[in-house]
Design a protein around this ligand. Structure first.
Ligand code: ADP
Length: 344
């Protein structure tokens, strides 16, 4: 039987339920399994009506009683079964498509809800982060206005400095938010040019050193291998990535500690590793640090927006690279960025 299905195409199966090698409905289920889309008409003896009805319930399209069959009845039954099976198969296909469509709609609905939730959280975090510097400005401006004559010059200067730094932090926050918005809309500007990577990283390290304030941090840059000088990079993306990672390493490290920035050349990519011995990140916070506005619980009074790493991740992705992080609270943190080599 299996062989016959492999060799020929059938329109309908006429199944005799009273064959010498098969009793009752035993042959029906394997036949349906073998040819699920073929209509089946069963043939029974005149006293087997109950069996015939069971066969129809199990998937046969019709039944005929042997002694009552003539050519006309047989033909009508076969035609009817073919039509009925066809209609059933069409219905099944439509049902299947509908199920897939419903699943797609459902998953889109879940996604839309997630995005909505994310936007609500984003706006509430943003308003919270803007309210802080605004309060500072309001407070300092009020003090200056109400005590204009009484305030000594150095106090006045300090209030003006507070206003200035609050405005600066708001402006940085808005820049970062707008960058993330652009990245989400797939609108990051991408301009590749030949960059001498070693020289560029060395320059970034020197710039970062200027930002170490008086922490006396030892920032060590190493690049052991020979680098191809004609590879293409987007300078602005590289600045966002390594500027943020280096500044974080400095910001979250204690005075006098050492930070390593290593450049490792591989066959088709470059690995950048930034390792510090700072406050580290707990295992609980670690999975969330690339999400906007997420800051670890141990940051204490160290200031930040929680947007830097979200930007870093988007820039790494825009450069078709990958980023990973290892960290242990109280021990240190190591970020590893892998970017593919693009030749001129
Ligand atoms: P922030 O402006 O708060 O520094 P980021 O997005 O750059 O925001 O970093 C997210 C959080 O990840 C930080 O708030 C901090 O908790 C943690 N983090 C990032 N880099 C380091 C690091 N080098 N050492 C310890 N914690 C870090």
């Amino acid at each position: 039987m299996v062989d016959a299905f492999g060799q020929r195409v059938f329109d309908v199966i006429l199944l005799d339920l009273t064959l010498p090698d098969s009793e009752g409905l035993a042959s029906l289920p394997p036949l349906i399994k073998l040819a699920p889309s073929l209509p089946i008409v069963v043939l029974t003896n005149h006293n087997d009506e109950e069996l015939a009805i069971q066969a129809v319930r199990q998937g046969a399209q019709d039944y005929l009683v042997k002694r009552q069959v003539n050519g006309e009845i047989l033909l009508r039954s076969l035609r009817y079964s073919i039509e009925r099976k066809q209609a059933l198969e069409n219905l099944r296909a439509v049902n299947h498509d509908l199920e897939i469509y419903a699943e797609e709609c459902n998953s889109e609905l879940v996604k839309a809800r997630e995005i909505n939730q994310f936007k609500t959280e984003f706006v509430s975090m943003l308003s919270h982060d803007i309210r802080n510097p605004l309060n500072t400005i309001l407070l300092a401006a009020g003090l200056l206005e109400n005590n204009e004559d009484k305030l000594p010059q150095d106090k006045k200067l300090s209030h003006f400095q507070h206003i200035r730094s609050a405005v600066k932090s708001m402006s940085q926050l808005l820049d970062e938010v707008s960058f993330i918005g652009q990245a989400d809309a797939g609108k990051i500007q991408y301009y590749l040019e030949v960059i001498d990577l070693e020289k560029f990283c060395f320059q970034l390290v020197n710039e970062a050193k200027l930002a170490t304030d008086d922490k006396n941090i030892n920032l060590i840059f190493t690049s052991c291998e020979e680098f191809c000088k004609v590879t293409l990079w987007d300078e602005s993306l590289l600045r966002h990535i390594f500027g943020n990672l280096l500044n974080n390493a400095i910001k979250y490290s204690p005075a006098g500690s050492t930070i390593h920035f290593d450049l490792i050349n591989q066959e088709s990519c470059v690995v950048f590793q930034i390792q510090d011995s700072g406050i580290g990140i707990s295992q609980e916070d670690l999975p969330h640090i690339f999400e906007p506005f997420q800051r670890a619980q141990n940051v204490g009074k160290i200031s930040g927006t929680g947007l830097g790493l979200a930007i870093v991740k988007k820039c790494v992705e825009a450069h078709n690279g990958q980023i990973s992080v290892w960290s242990q609270k109280g021990v240190g943190t190591s970020f590893c960025v892998t970017l593919p080599l693009i030749y001129e």
